[in-house]
Design a protein around this ligand. Structure first.
Ligand code: NAD
Length: 418
């Protein structure tokens, strides 16, 4: 039987943890079991009302994986593929991600298995508030702080904050991050993940001796992360020659006019109908002949089948888990420089942290300050990872995992006996 997402994630963890010799360094702590077992894994029935008065039942999840370094933190995903194993894997990566960029949070993830885009606006609000109700005592500003993920954004965070506030009877903005500015959101949060992806690409390109101005790029996924990354790369003078979303892909070897493509999609048109480009098969984007490949859709986009045909020299994992674990070694053999997800897409978690700090102080930063602090955190983290990778002649993924695991293990052991 095929292993599920969480089993695969654990297998990789063991592989990257092995050189750290944790059981020898921390004897009698059962440390590896401790770091690979979620603290709490919730699955609830969630019932919400459709517009025609009927009720729909779906499953709601929240996995709180580890809070050794600070309160649980992690996004909420509304997608039909959401399930227990996937949510555990995402929560697992989340605590490693907060550790790589060294922000004082742990890791969690949540979601509902539902075809969210097909719901009406009113149904979306009822479903989201129901989720907040079901998870009412699980989340909180010093406990577990949700944020947006696939198919959720500012609007959903605003609804969750409202529900939490109505029931708890107090306005604590830090209960969610990624909320609207009018409710205490941070400048720059919406773009933070894509911006962080591009900061890491800029640094990695120097290591790969790739001049970004004039280089070519393909971007898989044209949502929050992908569209922001595509736009910022375009602004840096990178020729973004291909982009895709769930509906299709387009290419233009001269380079797409990304602001125009964005306006086209935002006006409600299908990506593939953009007139100044050639439409092509969505899943072929992965093997486009480009210098930089940004993966910003969903898990397992790169497989053992397509990995040998990837031409990009630099691969940025904007999505979580976009390379199937079985394909990781194939990419390593191809000597592509891969910026791993737990580092590459940590910009969202980082600005979520800034938002939470601002909420606690009720003192709000300028966009320039947010972006400058984000840049500092991402570049520091990238440099630490790249230096460790160079010193031990390992991949950026190995190095990022080692740094994260080391930090969490240290905090876990320092807590003493529980
Ligand atoms: P989103 O819903 O805004 O966008 C997802 C995009 O992927 C959409 O354009 C969708 O059409 C496209 N897509 C889906 N399946 C596809 C396929 N098979 N081929 C091509 N495109 C496809 O979601 P997002 O927030 O941009 O998240 C994207 C990824 O980044 C997810 O893995 C998410 O977990 C991760 N991530 C997001 C954030 C954040 O702050 N939003 C932070 C860290 C990681």
């Amino acid at each position: 039987m095929e292993k599920d997402a969480f089993e695969l994630a654990k297998e990789h963890f063991y592989r990257y943890a092995e050189p750290l010799q944790l059981p020898r360094r921390y004897p009698k702590c059962d440390i590896l079991e401790r770091l690979t077992t979620p603290d709490c894994s919730i699955q609830n029935r969630l019932t919400f009302q459709r517009d025609d008065g009927s009720l729909q039942v779906c499953q709601a999840y929240r996995v709180q994986f580890n809070d050794d370094r600070g309160p649980y933190k992690g996004g909420i995903r509304f997608h039909p593929a959401v399930g227990q194993a996937e949510t555990k894997a995402l929560a697992f990566w989340m605590y490693l991600k907060t550790a790589v960029v060294n922000i004082p949070f742990g890791g969690a993830k949540g979601g509902v298995s539902v075809d969210y885009p097909s719901l009406s606006l009113q149904e979306k609000e009822r479903l989201t508030k129901r989720y907040a109700m079901v998870m009412l005592d699980v989340i909180g500003p010093e406990k577990d702080i949700p944020a947006p993920d696939v198919n959720t954004g500012e609007r959903e965070m605003g609804w969750i904050l409202d529900e939490w506030r109505m029931i708890h009877g107090k306005y604590q903005r830090g209960v969610v991050t990624g909320k609207p500015m009018s409710m205490g959101g941070s400048q720059g949060r919406r773009e933070a993940t894509g911006r962080g992806v591009v900061y890491t690409i800029t640094e990695a390109a120097k290591d790969a001796k790739l001049k970004l101005s004039g280089a070519s790029a393909a971007v898989q996924g044209f949502g929050n992360v992908g569209a922001t990354a595509a736009r910022l790369l375009h602004e840096l003078g990178v020729r973004v020659t291909a982009v895709s979303d769930v509906t299709g892909a387009i290419r233009q070897p001269k380079g797409l006019n990304i602001p125009e493509v964005l306006a086209h999609v935002q006006a409600g048109h299908a990506l593939a109908e953009y007139p100044e480009a050639e439409a092509f098969e969505r899943d072929e984007l992965i093997v486009e002949p480009v210098d930089v490949l940004v993966l910003a859709a969903l898990e397992n986009a790169v497989t053992v089948e397509n990995a040998p045909h990837i031409k990009a020299r630099l691969i940025a994992e904007g999505a979580n888990g976009p390379v199937h674990p079985a394909a990781v070694d194939i990419l390593n053999l191809r000597e592509a420089l891969v910026i791993p997800d737990i580092l590459c897409n940590a910009g969202g978690a980082t600005v979520s942290y800034f938002e939470w700090v601002q909420n606690r102080q009720e003192f709000y930063w300028t966009l320039e300050r947010v972006n400058e602090e984000l840049r500092r955190v991402m570049l520091d983290a990238y440099r630490q990872v790249a230096d460790l990778a160079a010193a031990h002649d390992v991949t950026l993924r190995d190095a990022a995992y080692r740094i994260a695991i080391e930090r969490v293990a240290e905090a876990a052991v320092r807590r003493g006996v529980q």
